[in-house]
Ligand binder design. Sequence first.
Ligand SMILES: *Cc1c(COP(=O)(O)O)cnc(C)c1O
Length: 370
Amino acid sequence: MFTPPFNRIIEELPASTPFVGPETLERRSGTPFALRLGANESPFGMSPAAQSAMEASLSVISWYGDPEAYPLRSKLAALHHLSMEQVAIGSGIDEILGWIVRIFVQPGEPVVASLGGYPTFQYHVHSFGARLELVPYRPDFSNDLPGLLQAVEVTGAHLLYLANPDNPTGTHLTPEALESFIQSLPADCMLILDEAYIDFVHPTQRLPMIHFHPQVIRLRTFSKVYGMAGARVGYALALPEIVHAFDKIRNHFGVNRPALAGALAALKDTEFVRGVRRENAIGRVDYEQMAQTHGIQTIPSHTNFVSFNLNSKDRAQALLHNLMKLGVFVRAPGGAPPLDQLLRITVGTPEQRQLLKPLFAQAIQTLSNF
Ligand SMILES: *Cc1c(COP(=O)(O)O)cnc(C)c1O
């Protein structure tokens, strides 16, 4: 039988699928989900202005998009008080994470991240044949900053990944804590600061852009607060040298024309974003109250989801299973402690939250057996 001549890295990759989407789960069960609250997609949709811009761009869909993404990059540069050479656009943070691994690590080299943290990053590390050094979260579900630093020092890693606010916990580090963490990094280590949820954090609680850290690559996205996950647009803020290195390897037409037009228009609709942030905050409080009703603790969230602490992996898995059976798509990080006792639910619209409450109450009933 013919065996394709795969390279060694691909041959050694585990057979598991890196990601099982909600559509896959629906096909498996044969029923569509009644509530889709598992992927931190925005239930509040996108800015109507952004949608119009995307629709208008379809009239020239026969053209390739601008490979320099000039208007979007200049707008982002102005917003963040940086130069255009410090801004790179990709088809979501997910794609940019792959570029970063590719330009900084060679096969076999170590890369540091938190155990149970954002899986897409870990998938890229594996796919380039690098080695993950994973540091468990602390018992309070925060990233273990001293532990991460120590892992970098011991292994000599050139890359460290940190999400702030964090997924799947929803925790957030103060600008002061982050600042001193960055100051402590060895000079040959780059920090990937994944800020997918930063738009949900009050501006005074964000690491300021004015102190530009050459060792830090900050990643942002239009997938969360802007409600454009399916459009696939994200960006990196980094040294011009790094942005130029991305240019050497990236797919130049990887971000499509409607996505570029939509992102630009979305940035201008600040009123819409404020509305989403407000609605989201109300939804989080709603979830906290729902948890309290059932005697369950939640981790204070700085994102568009809330992680419920079920106090044991068995209880978290049972609740996940029960909710999925009731047609509710949610996620439980599983894997290793302490994250394996969590269940993560994306903030829904008021209507979705009303639908969720009785289903949650029903799903929690059988958990008294544990
Ligand atoms: C949702 C999410 C992303 C995905 O961003 P895209 O721009 O949609 O690729 C990246 N990082 C974290 C931590 C996320 O939760």
